[in-house]
Design a protein. Structure first.
Length: 410
């Protein structure tokens, strides 16, 4: 399944360390407090900056064809590629975008533009799209529909911050790739991967919540800025995908979303935080665009159901979100932040996550500034702890909470 796509090598190698003179100076130990007294106020933006400094020092490739990209793992494994897969790079950019909004100099534009090194003009279908890996110049590997939508979300954010129309052009190029993944098998919706369409009996041949939910989140974000001539088509596609996912992957018992529907029609009933998060965000945006209240009510129902399902007692902690796969959970929290103006219960849901994040900072953070996957700090999974994606999750979480709390670099 899709969570297996990122490879976690078990053999450690050596990583060439480098320093980018364009970056602001990294100051270890700065993040975490401001002011005085016994309980100084937490500065989430400083923590985010300190975490970025650790990632940049330990993961960034310093030379060669992939200089400026990031390694999949730290330490780099002997079987790792010259640059990370697209998914971890995408996750890094989500956090970097937040730092840029907070006022930090992170080489934002150059990092966004490196997405183009993952671009493939064609694959299983003769439509351009972002591949899962790169040699630093061109894209390679498989092309996944969720990956492309997450890139699209980052491109929309880049346009929002930088106002360069090239990012809207790149967003527009993703839409035909998404359309190429939609068909009438199983009643509609997108497949997970262009090379795994309609293969009954093959586990990876499925129509998942991630591909369809993230396509909606991207399309409805792009809708805000896309040319008027594109709006009707963009909205129609997003609504089709929403309707299919609501009817096929929502558990009516709690309004939380199942993982996927296989080519043979079998439902994978595993529930992940990010799948419900994407549908909450889509519901909020569809309500704002159409004014149809059922979208908002459905988002609220999923928000409540997801909190009740995912937030529970673990490892002696009375109430917390899952202790693994934090990249998934921050997507649910960012959806809660979007919904909060319409649903006050989200304040409690976000506060619970803030406590998790504080715990991670104090108990799951190593001397080198990197974090364990398990935010309680109780368990260590070396193969996953060293993954760039796990560090991305912390960076995005810290940046999102800093903005949520109204912080800004002074």
């Amino acid at each position: 399944m899709e969570i297996l796509r990122t490879l976690f090598s078990l053999m450690a190698g050596l990583l060439l360390l480098s320093c980018d003179p364009a970056q602001e100076k990294y100051e270890p130990g700065k993040g975490g407090t401001e002011g005085g007294g016994d309980k100084p106020a937490v500065s989430w933006h400083e923590r985010a900056w300190e975490t970025y400094g650790a990632i940049d020092r330990l993961y960034r490739v310093g030379s060669g064809a992939t200089a400026g990209f990031y390694n999949e793992n730290y330490p780099k494994g002997s079987g790792d590629l010259a640059a990370s897969f697209l998914w971890p790079y995408d996750g890094l950019l989500s956090g970097v975008a937040l730092l840029n909004r907070l006022g930090y100099e992170v080489g934002y534009k150059a990092k966004v533009d490196r997405f183009q090194a993952y671009w493939r003009s064609s694959g299983a279908v003769a439509v351009g799209g972002y591949g899962s890996q790169t040699n630093g110049q061109t894209g390679g590997g498989d092309r996944f529909y969720d990956d492309n939508s997450i890139v699209g979300l980052n491109l929309v954010e880049a346009y929002r911050q930088l106002k360069d129309p090239v990012y809207l052009t790149r967003c527009a190029q993703i839409v035909p790739f998404l359309l190429s993944g939609e068909d009438d098998v199983l009643g509609g919706a997108l497949w997970w991967c262009e090379g795994q369409k309609n293969k009954p009996g093959v586990e990876d041949s499925n129509k998942p919540a991630c591909a369809n939910g993230y396509a909606q989140w991207f399309l409805l974000s792009y809708y805000e800025f896309c040319p008027e001539s594109e709006k009707a088509g963009i909205l129609a596609l997003a609504k089709r995908l929403y309707d299919w996912e609501y009817k096929n992957l929502r558990d009516p018992a709690d309004n939380v979303y199942w993982n996927s529907k296989g080519a043979d029609g079998t439902i994978n009933t595993t529930k992940w935080t990010y799948n419900s998060g994407a549908m909450i965000a889509a519901g909020v945006r569809l309500y704002k665009i159409t004014g149809e209240t059922h979208y908002l009510n459905e988002a609220k129902a999923t928000a409540d159901g997801a909190f009740n399902y995912f937030a529970r007692s673990r490892n002696g902690i009375p109430l917390c979100y899952p202790l693994n796969d934090p990249w998934f959970t921050i997507k649910l929290i960012r959806a809660y932040i979007e919904l909060e103006p319409y649903h006050t219960a989200c304040s409690r849901y976000i506060t619970t996550f803030v406590a998790d994040l504080e715990r991670a900072w104090n108990k799951a953070r190593g001397d080198n500034g990197l974090f364990l996957e398990d935010w309680s700090g109780v368990k260590s999974n070396p193969a996953r702890d060293k993954s760039l994606l796990m560090q991305d999750a912390v960076l995005e979480s810290l940046g999102a909470i800093a903005l949520y709390k109204g912080e800004q670099k002074k």
